[in-house]
Design a protein around this ligand. Structure first.
Ligand SMILES: O=C(O)CCC(=O)C(=O)O
Ligand SMILES: [Fe+2]
Length: 278
């Protein structure tokens, strides 16, 4: 499993084999439908962590394979994001469009990047089929410390509902515009080490989630409770940790970066200055 961690640090991305059956994904969608239907007028709609837990979804997402995988990737992980969301049909990306057609690095990763660590990671599970026109997630696999070039090759993550992948939030990425008339639905988790500042973990949804999970699922409780006494996920998993639970996959490049010249210059100049200051 060393490979999964290495991919995340060096290339910022990997896709997992299918971790969930199509029946399970259908069941989760049936549970979520009523909560999203009432929000259909919103461009971006959420079902938050406490509701996901009440629906019995999070317990099942964290199956034995995922538990071991996360334990391997980040044994001292705590949640930063935990929700399901839908994006509507739109000719522009749902986030950061104005800056550069959606390409960005996230706010919490403004500190310096270390190529031996992956401190800000996200996991996505597509709950709807995602083709080119459905707003796929797209990522640049080159080091965040390398200069941007025009027309660089990228990966748009295309796949059936159930497609699951991880990315390192330091790497430049975006949501492509959802040109289709269908809403794109995903489950998204972000994790970071417990020692880092975490401005999300005391949000109302996480406070409620902590209360709900207390005494019911120690692994999840560790992920949502900064005061949990265990030293790591390894301690919680004990013998059930498996070092051999899945094969990470990198799909072939299937796109290239659309990039404004102005953004490219701005990004590279900033990087150049950072390098000079080191
Ligand atoms: O919704 C997406 O595809 C991308 C979201 C994103 O930029 C993020 O999770 O950091
Ligand atoms: Fe992002």
């Amino acid at each position: 499993m060393k490979q999964a961690f290495e991919l995340l640090t060096k290339q910022g991305f990997f896709q997992t084999e299918f971790l969930y059956s199509s029946n399970l994904i259908k069941e989760w969608n049936t549970l979520l439908d009523p909560l999203f239907i009432v929000q259909e007028d919103k461009d971006r709609a959420y079902v938050k962590s406490n509701r996901l837990f009440e629906l019995g979804i999070i317990d099942r997402v964290f199956n034995e394979q995922l538990k071991s995988l996360l334990c391997h990737l980040m044994p001292d992980a705590i949640f930063y994001h935990c929700h399901a969301y839908e994006i509507s049909s739109s000719a522009i990306s749902h986030i950061h469009w104005g800056e550069n057609l959606g390409w960005h690095r996230d706010e919490e990763c403004r500190s310096s990047y270390n190529s031996n660590q992956a401190n800000h990671i996200s996991m996505f599970i597509y709950l709807t089929d995602v083709e080119q026109e459905n707003g796929p997630f797209e990522i640049r696999l080159k080091s965040p410390l390398s200069y941007l070039k025009l027309k660089e090759k990228t990966i748009k993550v295309i796949g059936k509902a159930g497609t699951t992948f991880f990315f390192n939030r330091f790497f430049v990425h975006r949501a492509c515009p959802n040109y289709s008339s269908n809403r794109r639905r995903v489950i998204k988790f972000s994790f970071q080490p417990r020692r880092l500042k975490n401005k999300k973990i005391n949000l109302d949804e996480f406070v409620k989630f902590r209360q709900l999970v207390f005494g019911k699922n120690d692994y999840l409780e560790y992920l949502v409770n900064p005061e949990h006494p265990a030293n790591s996920l390894f301690e919680i998993m004990g013998e059930s940790f498996s070092n051999n639970c899945h094969k990470p996959v990198i799909p072939p490049f299937n796109s290239s970066m659309e990039l404004g010249f102005k953004y490219l210059l701005k990004y590279n100049y900033k990087l150049f200055k950072e390098k000079l200051n080191k």
